[in-house]
Design a protein around this ligand. Structure first.
Ligand code: IPD
Ligand code: CA
Ligand code: CA
Length: 269
């Protein structure tokens, strides 16, 4: 199938519907007690809500597009997704720790890749009813309002965001120290706890730059397209492009600011 034959409108409509309904389901489930389990440790959680939301989205996709591949964090659609022409990449709840502790500051993240290229990215924050969405070549939007990164940013005026201080590999490589020095030169540094939302906020100009040492494809797949369609830049910290099926470091920012950020993060991770 050629890219021009891809049913962009139908896939976009389904991605938006999945994100909205999944978000509403999560809000509904938050009204009652729910199971919380440790995945690998007390700081790596999964809840019954994560699992139910992913199952809900996977069923919606399979009903309409049974031949599409699905890569979901809770692995209900795992397998050899790379062999599918079209792959949905889902994080049912990005920011599970926030969901458990705060019931806000989490998002549903859904991306669709076709022939290895991101075509649709949706990040939905159900607690604020904010829908960030992008279609390749058509721009990025927040609740229908176009997002465009047009202002020029300098480090001393920049509001940055990171999660590197919580990553052991970051400590080993020393990137945490570089980011710490960067924070001292910037206007401020934030850590929101949801990579998908943090990327969406870069697209919206609420943050000027985001640095992470190690994300999974479901953390960045949708947010990357939204940042790029808003006119931003997303690469690995080293400057290399991201592989949509590989774990990787992520640097996302306003384009006027990219070289300056890279200069301060002179590292190959
Ligand atoms: C996590 C969040 C967090 C990032 C972690 C992710 P999860 O996702 O995006 O901001 O720093 O690397 O694993 O586990 O809440 O889906
Ligand atoms: Ca995640
Ligand atoms: Ca998750």
């Amino acid at each position: 199938m050629q890219l021009q034959e891809f049913p962009t409108d139908a896939v976009k409509e389904l991605a938006l519907r999945c994100a909205r309904e999944a978000g509403e389901l999560s809000q509904e489930r938050l009204k009652q007690p729910f199971a919380v389990e440790y995945k690998t440790s007390a700081s790596d959680l999964v809840t019954a809500i994560d699992k139910e939301v992913e199952q809900y989205v996977v069923e919606m996709i399979h009903r309409q597009f049974p031949d599409h591949g699905i890569l979901g964090e809770e692995s209900s659609g795992a397998g050899d997704v790379g062999s599918h022409e079209t792959v949905w990449i889902i994080d049912p709840i990005d920011g599970t720790t926030n969901l458990v502790h705060q019931q806000i500051n989490y998002a549903v993240s859904i991306a669709v890749y076709h022939q290895g290229e991101g075509v649709i990215g949706v990040v939905y924050d159900p607690s604020r009813q904010e829908m960030f969405a992008a279609v390749k070549g058509e721009g990025a939007f927040l609740n229908g309002r176009r997002l465009k990164l047009s202002k020029s940013v300098k480090l001393e005026e920049a509001l940055l965001c990171t999660s590197v201080f919580w990553n052991k590999r970051a400590e080993q490589t020393g990137i945490d120290q570089l980011v710490k020095q960067l924070a001292g030169k910037a206007r401020g540094m934030r850590l929101l706890g949801s990579a998908a939302l943090e990327l969406a906020y870069v697209a919206a100009g609420r943050l000027d730059g985001y640095v992470s040492m190690s994300l999974h494809p479901w953390d960045f797949a949708a947010g990357k397209l939204i940042v790029e369609e808003a006119g931003g830049v997303v690469t690995q910290i080293s400057g290399l492009p991201l592989d949509y099926l590989q774990n990787s470091s992520v640097l996302a920012c306003n384009p006027t600011f990219y070289e300056e950020l890279r200069y301060h993060l002179h590292s190959s991770v």
